[in-house]
Design a protein around this ligand. Structure first.
Ligand code: DC
Length: 224
């Protein structure tokens, strides 16, 4: 039997567009490392706030970003970023305060540079663990992190539906405002990369979103 190739799946889109739910299922179905890069920007933001560094203090951000030491824990098939030897707890990175600040820190080029090599290096982590590839979700995965990804998807949904999804998770999140900042920044803005498959998830169930992405992946791998 032919062995499956190592694959990179890039999934980009705005807040609550359906990226996390679908990429976790794809990771399990195709034995891939699941990487939620939004959680990295959130963890870095929580760390800056903990250290009292403001996004408006660019020299302070630059110095703090350069000093951060990143590591990785793999839990199940999920990559968790360590900062200075510690995974920042989920409750801290999904707080209202982090929701309000994360786009401002993510717009700073030095913050993105600090995370770039780390994110690319996770392909090596997946290989070392014997996984079949990586499914990475974010805003600039198909455009900047892995422009040569084997599969590139861009998810979007109506803002009212996205607000409903966040509320059903019990989260307070200014989705439209975050998307505005993420789309208008100069470095690696949120945008559909050329050649990506666009999926409007507004009226699709999570299973339908997964099936849309899984079909071309299954056709290229040995996994059904
Ligand atoms: O996916 P999320 O909503 O948890 O992401 C939080 C923020 O992180 C998002 O508003 C913008 C930033 N982000 C980014 O700039 N680039 C990525 N690849 C992922 C997230």
């Amino acid at each position: 039997m032919a062995t499956s190739p190592f694959i990179i799946v890039a999934i980009d889109g705005g807040a609550a567009s359906g990226k996390s739910t679908s990429s976790k299922v794809l990771a399990d179905r195709f034995n891939l490392l699941h990487v939620d890069t939004g959680s990295f920007y959130r963890a870095v933001t929580a760390e800056f706030l903990r250290r009292g560094v403001a996004a408006t203090d660019q020299p302070g951000v630059r110095a703090a970003a350069a000093a951060l030491k990143f590591g990785t824990q793999v839990r199940g098939r999920s990559a968790q970023m360590e900062i200075d030897g510690r995974v920042v707890p989920d409750a801290d990175i999904r707080s209202r305060t982090v929701n309000d600040h994360v786009s401002h820190f993510a717009a700073i080029p030095e913050v993105r540079t600090a995370l770039l090599a780390y994110q690319r290096g996770l392909a090596g982590v997946a290989r070392a663990r014997g996984l079949q590839g990586v499914v990475m979700e974010g805003r600039d995965i198909g455009s900047v992190i892995f422009p040569d990804a084997d599969f590139r998807f861009f998810l979007h949904a109506h803002p009212a539906e996205r607000a409903r999804r966040r509320a059903s998770e019990g989260q307070q999140d200014s989705i439209v405002e975050r998307d505005r900042i993420d789309s208008s920044r100069k470095t690696a803005p949120l945008a559909c990369p050329p050649g990506a498959t666009t999926i409007d998830t507004t009226h699709l169930t999570p299973a339908q979103v997964v099936d849309t992405m899984a079909a071309p992946i299954a056709a290229r791998t040995a996994t059904p």
